[in-house]
Design a protein around this ligand. Structure first.
Ligand SMILES: NC(=O)c1ccc[n+]([C@@H]2O[C@H](COP(=O)([O-])OP(=O)(O)OC[C@H]3O[C@@H](n4cnc5c(N)ncnc54)[C@H](OP(=O)(O)O)[C@@H]3O)[C@@H](O)[C@H]2O)c1
Length: 257
């Protein structure tokens, strides 16, 4: 097992935080979540109240590092995602590495129950992508074709393995998924996540809220039973304000780290 590093986030420079999240391979899918210490993914229906400036620093570095930001429509709706923009210093970091100023936004939905006039589509600096099942009636996707590239894959639900392959074919090889729990559940079912970046926030929320993975794993390529848990390796722990910011990599992947 690779050596685990324990560090205090506020002792790290920005360059060191970027370096701490160096992707080990050109094709990489990382998932980023915050959870309360007792496993809640939301407080009052949102992730924001669990989060703080500390883990937001890592959140922003992960966004700056990706080619495409993937999110489920439930997250986009609940969290009110707007156009994907980065701060000037994050965009400058990308420019210095020959990357476009911002990543592409990609939204996964079964039903396209989103507003094509919303800023996430109409004000996006780069043309977003909407990923839907191939059997979704075309009148559902037609309003989006003006404002987004529509990728249609799978029956009943998006075939996430095919969707990941389609993003990579477009050169979007570093994928950051910000959830939500149902998309993550389907990614786990299809064994597509290479990395989980998880902030454990020092809060107890109690029973009720969803955890970070949900659903029935109904994505194509489904793997059986939770009894076959996917093993992860802990690569680092950053402590900040009582938060534990954990970087887990799927065992057998990222051996170059
Ligand atoms: N703690 C955190 O870090 C964190 C992160 C993200 C979100 N959240 C919270 O999680 C909650 C939302 O949870 P959620 O599970 O509903 O979010 P979600 O996974 O973003 O959205 C679920 C929706 O995504 C679409 N979807 C998921 N898998 C799909 C597949 N294989 N094919 C096609 N579409 C698929 C469906 O869209 P349609 O409904 O459009 O058909 C589904 O209803 C919010 O309260 C949010 O604040 C927390």
């Amino acid at each position: 097992m690779a050596q685990v590093r324990y560090r205090k986030l506020d002792e790290l420079t920005d360059d060191e935080v970027y370096a701490a999240y160096e992707p080990p391979e050109p094709d990489w899918l990382r998932v980023n979540f915050v959870s309360s210490a007792d496993g809640a993914a939301t407080l009052e229906g949102l992730s924001g109240p669990l989060s703080g400036a500390e883990d937001k620093r890592v959140f922003k570095v992960l966004r700056a590092r990706c080619d495409v930001l993937l999110a489920g429509s439930g997250t986009v709706r609940a969290e009110g995602y707007g156009p994907l923009v980065l701060s000037p210093d994050r965009s400058a970091w990308r420019r210095a590495r020959g990357l476009p100023e911002v990543p592409v936004m990609a939204v996964v939905s079964r039903t396209a129950a989103l507003d094509p006039a919303a800023g996430i589509f109409t004000e996006a600096p780069r043309r977003p992508i909407l990923i839907v099942p191939a059997d979704l009636p075309s009148d559902r996707t037609a309003p989006f074709r003006e404002v987004a590239d529509v990728i249609a894959l799978g029956t009943g639900a998006v075939d996430l393995a095919a969707a990941v392959a389609a993003l990579r074919e477009r050169g979007l090889r570093q994928i950051l998924c910000e959830g939500g729990p149902h998309v993550f559940g389907d990614l786990i079912a299809a064994d597509l996540a290479d990395e989980l970046d998880l902030t454990l926030a020092p809060k107890l929320v109690g029973p009720g809220p969803i955890r970070i993975a949900a659903g029935h794993g109904d994505a194509a390529g489904e793997r059986p039973a939770a009894s076959e848990a996917i093993p992860l390796e802990l690569r680092h722990v950053l402590e900040a304000g009582g938060n534990l910011i954990l970087r887990y990599v799927r065992s057998s992947r990222g051996s170059a780290l």
